[in-house]
Design a protein around this ligand. Structure first.
Ligand SMILES: [Zn+2]
Length: 670
């Protein structure tokens, strides 16, 4: 506890090395049980088509001579590569209109590199594989184009949210490592700016991100990969024709990765959510991606942008101007007009080229060519200043529904009941009240907000008023509509309920999770994400609309009520149809187990602020009650054989108030 506290204090001081380590240890402390398996939530940046669109715009705006130089590099690269790369620098083939399965019509062009360079690959070798060799590279491009069309059609939220969710699911389908790749570290985020009392320039900020032991960040990623790209471009300029294709490839791969992280720096969610535990960073990221955030650039101009999946035309143009500047520098190095050293690569430069940046917590240092570094810093002047740290002025923060919680629930269910209690036909009206507590784990919005990853167990006290017949044709003893002799007298009991997502069959995670935990954690993460996204077949995906969320959720929730097992005995009055007794009625003591299966759920827009969540849930479902033990107490406890299963079809309204734990509430003391 003390050590954790000490780390947090260190964090608040803004110590640059402690900062990111702190984030990961606070994360570790915050996440229990399942999240220890799942790891931090994946937060990507601009979605694929946005990443590519920024780069397309940047290439389009390049001066003719620079564009020509870039095209020459591309031609050199493609002369040495297979048919998967488009023949031209920017190609319509990378925005395929072809049918599903017609992969040969799809190709990868240069603006696709920044899109593939961080979210679909973890190193330059990975990026080479996905762009030149791996079949799924083409599928990713195809899915990206489909997502772009769907997002354009969707317009504003909440349909946009649904389109965004579907695009993630489709990406996961064609690239199974998609989610795990994004969950590894903070490479896609910016480090917080310094306290306002310590004037910070882009030079000192860059120095801070590159300091030894500093956590990995989008800025450091850009600087190191861009410097590497410029060095390779300078070597390309000096090289003989025979080795030029390979140097063109390596320079463009390094620049592709650099541009991914430079583009990320322009996404509002990424300059807003600069610190915090997984749930808070994710919640803050999602909030500002959607509503945008005002900042300023390092050279002092007003800056405001939206973020992932919400990019506007203006956002694209502003980011593209800076991406274009970076590309100009690359072409200047490749044509010899920028005096970057063309000496052979140092081992440290090779190490960066070979690095797995999805797993790295900190970037290894590398000697930075002074000319190339100055160019990288010059580019970064036009990027937004990130938000302040925890103890600094920073925008209000939000929390994602992730982590352990406890809460109270209260509800009422009503509907027709039939069967059992001496009835074979007709029906009676049944209501049920419940109040109780719930404990669980939220995995809502781990990927997008349209997920159902809630896992909880609930104990409630349920009370049923007396059930009167509405109709009972042919029932022995007639229709019971008076409260003195109801069909089923008032009763109360303990009810337990459970909820969890499933992969293929209900509650399969109970078996799958422990097995995969010991065999393949990557597979486990994928299974959990797929389950939270509506299962393997995605039919249980929550559908967000303006009116709230609709979900077919059969099998995710299950309840069991113990009638007559705790406390008082449940009784009902039977009407015997056969001797031996001449009495018109018989008192029956009984116990029964009732199994509850909600099928559909509707949740109106819910309130979620910092750590408190309040939701109303409407559920439609059914339950079946099996009598276990029925006796006749006035006849010497003889068994009574006449109780049959009884059914209940209901509509339920439940209020659910939750308090999330895990990690500090950081901004508000609630
Ligand atoms: Zn990114």
């Amino acid at each position: 506890m003390m050590r954790e506290h000490a780390r947090l204090v260190e964090c608040r001081r803004g110590a640059l090395c402690a900062r990111r380590t702190c984030t990961s240890s606070a994360r570790l402390a915050a996440v229990l049980g399942l999240v220890a398996l799942v790891g931090p939530s994946p937060v990507q940046a601009w979605i694929w088509p946005e990443h590519r669109d920024i780069a397309v715009e940047a290439v389009r705006e390049l001066p003719a001579a620079e564009r020509k130089a870039l095209e020459a590099m591309w031609t050199d690269l493609t002369s040495d590569a297979g048919p998967q790369l488009c023949r031209t620098l920017v190609s319509a083939g990378a925005e395929p209109q072809s049918k599903l399965g017609d992969w040969s019509a799809v190709c990868i062009d240069f603006p696709s590199y920044p899109a593939l360079g961080g979210d679909h690959s973890c190193s330059t070798a990975d990026l080479r594989a996905v762009t030149e060799k791996e079949d799924w590279g083409r599928k990713v491009a195809w899915v990206a184009q489909r997502s772009k069309v769907k997002l354009a059609e969707a317009g504003a939220s909440p349909e946009r949210l649904e389109a965004w969710n579907r695009s993630h699911l489709a990406m996961q389908y064609v690239d199974p490592a998609y989610l795990t790749r994004a969950a590894g570290n903070n490479a896609h985020f910016l480090m917080p700016r310094a306290p306002i009392e310590e004037p910070e320039t882009i030079d000192s900020y860059v120095a801070k991100t590159l300091a030894e032991g500093a956590g990995i960040s989008a800025t450091a990623m850009y600087v190191q990969y861009h410097v590497l790209a410029l060095r390779l471009a300078a070597q390309y300029h000096a090289a003989s024709a025979a080795v030029r294709p390979d140097l063109a490839r390596r320079a463009l791969l390094a620049e592709g990765i650099a541009l991914h992280f430079l583009e990320d720096s322009f996404s509002s969610g990424h300059y807003a959510a600069t610190w915090g535990t997984a749930a808070w960073q994710k919640g803050t990221h999602d909030l500002y991606c959607e509503i945008g955030l005002t900042s300023m650039t390092w050279d002092g101009e007003l800056f405001a942008s939206y973020g992932d999946a919400h990019m506007r035309e203006h956002d694209k143009k502003v980011a593209a101007a800076t991406i274009g500047q970076s590309l100009s520098q690359l072409t200047a190095a490749a044509s010899g007009s920028l005096r970057v050293s063309s000496a052979a690569n140092a081992p440290e430069e090779k190490a960066i080229e070979d690095l797995d940046f999805c797993k790295a917590k900190t970037l290894p240092s590398m000697p930075l060519d002074p000319v190339a570094k100055a160019e990288a810093v010059r580019t970064l002047r036009k990027t937004p200043v990130p938000s302040g740290d925890q103890k600094e002025v920073h925008p209000p923060r939000a929390r994602a529904d992730i982590g352990p919680f406890a809460g109270v629930v209260a509800g009422i269910a009503a509907g027709p009941a039939f069967g059992g209690y001496d009835t074979q036909a007709g029906w009676r009206f049944r209501t049920e009240f419940e109040v109780g507590a719930r404990f669980g784990y939220g995995l809502e919005g781990v990927l997008t907000k349209a997920m159902d990853g809630q896992i909880w167990t609930q104990a409630t006290f349920v009370a049923d008023p007396a059930q009167l017949d509405v109709s009972c044709p042919g029932c022995p003893g007639g229709t019971r509509t008076n409260t003195a002799l109801p069909r089923v007298p008032a009763r109360s009991a303990l009810k337990l309920a459970f909820r969890m997502p499933y992969y293929v069959v209900p509650f399969d995670l109970l078996v799958l999770a422990p097995v995969l935990f010991f065999t393949s954690k990557d597979a486990l993460q994928e299974v959990i994400f797929a389950s939270a996204s509506g299962g393997l077949l995605t039919i249980e995906r929550p559908l967000p609309t303006n009116l709230g969320t609709f979900q077919f959720m059969a099998g995710r929730e299950f309840g069991i009520t113990f009638w007559g097992y705790l406390g008082s005995v449940d009784q009902f009055i039977a009407t015997p149809t056969t001797p031996p007794t001449q009495a018109t009625s018989q008192l029956v003591d009984y116990k029964s187990l009732e199994f509850d299966f909600p099928v559909f759920e509707y949740v109106p827009p819910r309130a979620f602020a910092t750590t408190l969540s309040l939701a109303a849930e409407f559920q439609a479902g059914f339950s079946v009650e099996f009598p276990q033990n029925a006796t006749l107490p006035l006849q010497g406890n003889q068994p009574y054989p006449g109780l049959a299963p009884s059914w209940f079809v209901y509509l339920r309204l439940r209020l659910d108030a939750r308090k999330y734990f895990g990690g500090a509430s950081e901004d508000w003391s609630n």
